[in-house]
Design a protein around this ligand. Sequence first.
Ligand code: FES
Length: 107
Amino acid sequence: MTQERVASAADIPAGEVRVVQCGARSLAVSNVDGTLYAIDNRCTHDNGPLGEGTLRGDRIICPRHGAAFDARTGRVLTLPAVRSVHSYPVTVDGDEVYIDCEGGRAP
Ligand code: FES
């Protein structure tokens, strides 16, 4: 497992989602009630940037056409997207956030 530091935890407050770069990947990192989760930043409908969307509870709403994804697993929840995205293991050490960019898994 190769982990890369991607952010300070303070930069991703509870209830927010941010775009981070992890190796060659762009990821959407969410803070769901104090726990951080990472999924692909690219919506499977038409490549919308999920990390620029809205976090509602544990759902990320795509900013382009409103598809919802589970912020924890990447599972697609609503149309117009029909395919899920991958999630990535997140580790927090103090204020440092690390992600295993190659550890993506399907929901
Ligand atoms: S690009 Fe995400 S819903 Fe269309």
